[in-house]
Write a protein of this length. Structure first.
Length: 352
């Protein structure tokens, strides 16, 4: 009896220590969670290239290094160049808004008054001064938002480069030792290997599909939107194009919240052919990119209802920030996978 109590007590102490050190290591690694997450994601995305290199070269370090260089050239350097240009155009846009704030506000007031005099709008008896004041506040808030975020980006430059270095360092080892690390992790997880493999598969499929969807479809839509803005003479087309790329990750809403109001404003301000071009091009070309490429890129691998994709994407962005557009759907995929495996787990317990 004494030996049994001692054994139970020792087991409890061991589990307590295990829980404490696990929480501590999680707390220590918490600042680098998103850096490690993106390293895992990129390692999974570029794993086919790394496997092909390993089939040709005998050195795992060389293969991982070449794959890492490919990630830098294909993905990171273009994104860095776009961000550099985006910062320049954003500052130029902010300076333009500040320099021309008086003329912009007067033009805005004139536009609101002109629209308010239309017979259809006049029926609603809108308070023109109230609408003009609120629109002016929205314009100033948008300009302040740009500067505030650019200032935050500048202030966090050192932290960003530390995170970036950790991501690259982790990515190299995930590329080189990813298969071994995955085997070790699944071996020590307190679940059946079949269940662990299901969760890993859901993570890979969902994250890859989300990344492909965002960068391919969002990139094409942002490029087309920025191009039509450039043709029609709208200032800072790169800024609006990048915003369209970002908004394309939100299902149902998408980047129509950028080009549709822009087309309407161009029409209301007398730029008829520019407004018609933006609206027609947006409805016919930009929107069709989503409908044509979504089935190809998403495929039938993600068995998730569009409503759940929409809510999990928005919720992920709200909770996790930028990385949430991937983390949200991944968590939703884990949720569905866990509930699908629950009946199987109960049936196996019943058989015992």
């Amino acid at each position: 009896m004494s030996n049994m109590s001692l054994t139970g007590y020792s087991k409890f102490i061991f589990l307590l220590v295990l829980a404490v050190v696990t929480l501590l290591i999680g707390y220590i690694l918490r600042p680098f969670f998103f850096a490690i997450f993106w390293a895992v994601l990129l390692a999974a995305f570029f794993a086919p290239l790394n496997r092909r290199l390993c089939a040709r070269f005998s050195s795992p370090n060389l293969c991982a290094g070449i794959t890492l260089a490919a990630v830098l050239v294909v993905l990171i350097l273009p994104v860095g160049l776009i961000l550099f240009l985006l910062i320049g155009e954003s500052l130029e846009l902010y300076n333009t808004v500040n320099a021309k704030s008086g003329s912009l506000l007067s033009s805005l007031s004139g536009l609101i008054n002109a629209v308010g005099q239309h017979p259809l709008v006049a029926r609603f008896e809108l308070d023109h001064s109230f609408v003009a004041d609120k629109s002016a506040e929205a314009l100033k808030a948008a300009a302040n938002f740009i500067v505030r975020n650019l200032s935050a980006l500048t202030e966090n430059t050192i932290l960003f480069f530390i995170q970036f270095a950790v991501m690259l360092y982790s990515l190299f080892y995930f590329l080189r030792d990813g298969k071994h690390l995955m085997g070790v992790i699944t071996a020590y997880l307190p679940v059946d290997k079949r269940h662990a493999d299901t969760f890993i598969s859901e993570f890979m499929v969902t994250s890859k599909a989300t990344l492909k969807f965002t960068f391919v479809i969002g990139g094409i839509q942002g490029l087309l939107g920025g191009l039509v803005f450039f043709i029609t003479g709208i200032e800072s087309p790169l800024v609006w194009g990048v915003l369209m790329v970002g908004l394309s990750i939100v299902p149902a809403i998408g980047n129509a919240v950028i080009w549709a109001p822009a087309g309407v404003v161009m029409l209301l301000t007398g730029h008829i052919w520019q407004g018609l071009l933006i609206l027609i091009f947006g409805f016919v070309v930009i929107s069709s990119v989503d409908n044509l490429l979504r089935p190809i890129l998403m495929g039938k691998d993600i068995q998730m209802h569009p409503l759940l994709i929409f809510l999990s994407t928005l919720g992920g962005l709200a909770v996790f920030g930028f990385s949430g557009f991937v983390l949200g759907p991944v968590v939703a995929a884990f949720f569905l996978a866990a509930w699908k495996q629950l009946p199987d787990l109960y049936s196996r317990e019943a058989e015992k």
